[in-house]
Design a protein around this ligand. Structure first.
Ligand SMILES: Nc1ncnc2c1ncn2[C@@H]1O[C@H](COP(=O)(O)OP(=O)(O)OP(=O)(O)O)[C@@H](O)[C@H]1O
Length: 280
């Protein structure tokens, strides 16, 4: 059983007021337009994420979660609205943001070793060789893969490959980590281990995390807050604070009465979103 400490709560500025949000999404709208069809994936979406928050995002299939993350990470331009990271408008991938996708098999290069895969973003940023080596060693150590740097991804299990992808994301010490259903393709036991790994990294590396998942239990277990999105055109249906005290542990947290209440609230939110879509 692993015990994971909670991150310090919201930072307070010198004036005593809450510090500026690390991520700010204001009136985001995204329409996909082609000759054949027009899809309004995101209607009007606004939320803020503060330093040190672990925010989980859930919503029905097709709610626009991946679209949101693509806009957040500068891979897709919004149709309307603004996205700011650390006070700067996002127009290309923000330097201080790392992204982890579900499909680790496609995000790792099979012809490169684990070390070379983790090193890649550091090379692109022209980090000097010695410093690069130290940063890769630290990242592999952080995800408990110190011994496999010279292996190739295909020689590792699915869970280990996803840890390599996470090591690559944390290697260049991002301030914000964005994850899109990162553990959907691994078995339940590995998933639980990866969840605890994420909580440990969040706590130890002082990360701000935005984590998209289909799994309600996972969202409540990991998050300090769960945003429930409507069906597209997407907006925020519910913003659920996860006030579970103390360290989170797989064995104990999920059987707390508070956990069951929170999961019910999130579940009902998603059901309401689906029902509205059917009615529409
Ligand atoms: N490139 C695209 N061109 C046109 N429509 C798109 C495109 N990408 C997504 N969509 C549409 O936008 C809507 C939102 O899709 P998106 O993949 O963001 O949802 P999602 O919440 O991530 O879905 P899921 O939970 O099933 O992964 C859907 O109606 C989808 O069909």
């Amino acid at each position: 059983m692993s015990a994971v400490m909670n991150n310090p709560q919201l930072e307070v500025g010198s004036s005593g007021a809450p510090a500026a949000p690390v991520v700010s999404v204001q009136h985001l709208n995204k329409v996909y337009e082609s000759k054949e069809r027009r899809v309004e994936a995101i209607g009007d979406l606004s939320f803020e994420v503060r330093h040190g928050d672990f925010t989980c995002i859930v919503g029905p299939s097709g709610a626009g979660k991946t679209t949101l993350l693509k806009c957040l990470s500068g891979l897709l331009a919004p149709t309307r609205g603004t996205i700011r990271v650390n006070g700067h408008d996002v127009t290309s991938p923000p330097e201080e943001m790392a992204i982890v996708f579900q499909e680790y098999g496609r995000s790792l290069f099979p012809w490169k070793t684990v070390r070379e895969n983790v090193e890649l973003p550091l090379r692109e940023r022209k980090v000097p060789k010695d410093q690069r080596r130290r940063m890769v060693d630290a990242a592999l150590e952080a995800v408990a893969l110190a011994g496999v740097g010279d292996s190739y991804p295909w020689q590792l299990s699915g869970g280990m490959q996803q840890r390599v992808a996470i090591a690559r994301a944390v290697a260049y010490q991002p301030k914000v980590m964005v994850l899109d259903e990162p553990f959907a393709a691994v078995d339940a036991q590995t998933r639980a281990d990866l969840e605890d790994l994420m909580l440990r990294l969040w706590s130890e590396l002082d990360l701000t995390v935005i984590f998209v998942t289909h799994d309600i239990d996972e969202a409540v277990y990991l998050g300090q807050r769960v945003l429930v999105l409507s069906s597209s055109p997407t907006r925020v249906l519910d913003d659920v604070p996860i006030d579970i005290a103390g360290p989170r542990t797989q064995a104990l947290t999920r059987v707390e009465p508070g956990f069951a209440e929170l999961r019910t609230r999130v579940y009902q939110g998603i059901q309401a979103a689906k029902a509205k879509k059917v009615a529409a």
